[in-house]
Design a protein around this ligand. Sequence first.
Ligand SMILES: [Zn+2]
Length: 349
Amino acid sequence: MNKHLLQKVLLPTSTAGSLPKPSWLAQPETLWSPWKLQGEELADGKQDALRLSLQQQQLAGIDIVSDGEQTRQHFVTTFIEHLSGVDFNQRKTVRIRNRYDASVPTVVGPVSRPKPVFVEDAKFLRAQTSQPIKWALPGPMTMIDTLYDDHYKSREQLAWEFAKILNQEAKDLEAAGVDIIQFDEPAFNVFFDEVNEWGIKCLERAIEGLKCETAVHICYGYGIKANTDWKKTLGSEWRQYEAVFPKLQQSNIDIISLECHNSRVPLELLELIRGKKVMVGAIDVATDTIETAEQVAATLRKALQYVDADKLYPCTNCGMAPLSRDVATGKLNALAAGAEIVRNELLAR
Ligand SMILES: [Zn+2]
């Protein structure tokens, strides 16, 4: 039913993923903050936070809702923690997306998923709402970039193994009633040759056989210093998308989620993925300044030159976990209001 529902709403709004966590669950305005609760209390706390996050989206009028990633500490490692073959006690320092050093776990043997990771959380979200729901998973290439591999010793092979595991999880999420499964692949913005050689192939392996909608989110990251410093090195025009769009356009993925507002991405690059549905980032997550509805509308109107109206999904540039609750709420409201302006313009034509 939700697939029909999605098709009936023009310019359905959603977020790229994360929203702020309540202060009793994790330290606010802090990325990847540790949990403040444990055991049973943590399990209950995550569910309560999910309810609040859902309500925050609903009150703002967001059409495609998510768990706001209240069940995850980190968008990649929380998933990997549930897999076997990865030792979190053996840590090595590696460079993440050529940008910053991080201490990461080691792949010590064949990777597998002993049991579903987010499926119970997704069922819980499904039970709270009849709106279309989106669930985010890390993409295979971004997963391998967050690990030290002492077993496969091949980025491509490890990514392929993760793609098979992600496909198992995705199929379970689909069965739990998830309407859109999104793979977060910021690594697609960095390793262009690998993306074209095997990254997109791995992504297609991860979505193999799915009947629900599938999305890939490719952004310039949270507004953390390592990312804003990196952005300063990218020059006046960010043409990273140009390297991967042609092959993505040919791929089986349904939706491409992109950073557009306040970024230096030339929007005409969207022409390269004409025919795909596009989640257009119309909210900047790297600033506390709340966009006006008119600013959101302006970004959407620009995108409409390259994206057909029935394929445009207004969205945020990336997750909003590091923002304050008030700022995030203001931005959600602006997103919904900006989409409403453009929706009315389209309907009046
Ligand atoms: Zn992002």
